[in-house]
Design a protein around this ligand. Structure first.
Ligand SMILES: [Zn+2]
Ligand SMILES: [Zn+2]
Length: 280
């Protein structure tokens, strides 16, 4: 998993003039020089001329079955895989323990995969090692598995959960934004990175209780798009939106971002994450 680098994307960075002149012949040459690699085992994948390549050009046949898709039973609120019916209170058999004990302002969150060791490594590769190939795979899988449901929500915008400027400068990209852009192509829903913003947080989230985490996050996220004014100016914020993030852990980030958007005039906020930890 950690061996090598994403030669393809590094190559793309290193050759701006080459990129600028891309046409189909250029794409062919690029794929020869920097072939797509499996985001799990790093093997070279079959060549594809298609700008939206199929599954076999995004993950190898051997690695695909290793992915842990969420389900079959998922929490109706946060989307994480549930353990077994018997371990939950009969009152809310389709909610995880977290969603039973915390308020959820978002309508529902959709989750593609369990946060299993393989998925954890893939997300780390994307976040910390610049290997972004997995995002294209995740976008396609979300489209194939959840696309109909997501399109049925009537959402007008995909809003990536932002990272603060300093992190963006260090990493060079926000993985949630890259995913949302890809998904926007697949789903035909606009990607709006201008709506939600993030200030630098000084306190480390990991050391805080759930309540302090929420307070910390409330200071971090904001939007400058305001509610409709008394003069009747329409809000520029869409009524129904989908927040996009890479991982759902305690739900704190999703919850606080939802709160910010509802306050600013959104009516319904849904969530979409690549991974969430299975209920224990
Ligand atoms: Zn592979
Ligand atoms: Zn839940």
């Amino acid at each position: 998993m950690t061996k090598g680098t994403d030669g393809r994307s590094n190559g793309r960075k290193a050759l701006p003039l080459f990129r600028a002149g891309l046409n189909s012949a250029g794409r062919f040459a690029e794929d020869i020089l920097f072939p797509r690699r499996c985001p799990v085992c790093d093997d070279v994948l079959p060549f594809s001329m298609d700008p939206h390549p199929g599954l076999c050009s995004l993950i190898c046949r051997e690695c695909f079955p290793e992915l842990s898709f969420a389900g079959p039973l998922c929490c109706e609120k946060c989307g994480r895989s549930l353990s077994s019916e018997g371990s939950r209170a009969a009152k809310h058999p389709r909610l995880c323990a977290d969603c039973q004990s915390h308020i959820r302002l978002f309508e529902k969150c959709y989750v593609l995969l369990d946060y299993a060791p393989l998925e954890r490594d893939m997300l780390s590769d994307i976040k910390y090692r610049g290997k972004k190939g997995g995002l294209e795979l995740f976008a396609l899988l979300i489209f194939e598995r959840l696309g109909n449901e997501l399109r049925g929500l009537g959402a007008e915008a995909l809003i990536p959960v932002p990272v603060h400027k300093e992190r963006l400068r260090k990493r060079g990209y926000n993985q949630a934004a890259l995913l949302a852009e890809r998904l926007s192509d697949h789903l035909g829903i606009a990607c709006r990175e201008d709506i939600l913003k993030r200030r630098i947080n000084t306190r480390a989230q990991k050391e805080l209780s759930y309540e302090d985490r929420i307070l910390n996050l409330q200071e971090a996220f904001f939007t400058d798009i305001m509610e409709p004014s008394a003069s009747g100016n329409a809000s520029r914020l869409p009524e129904t939106v989908i927040l996009v993030d890479d991982i759902y852990t305690t739900g704190g980030t999703m919850e606080v971002c939802t709160e910010v958007l509802l306050r600013a005039g959104a009516k319904r906020v849904y969530g979409l994450c690549i991974c969430a930890g299975r209920e224990q």
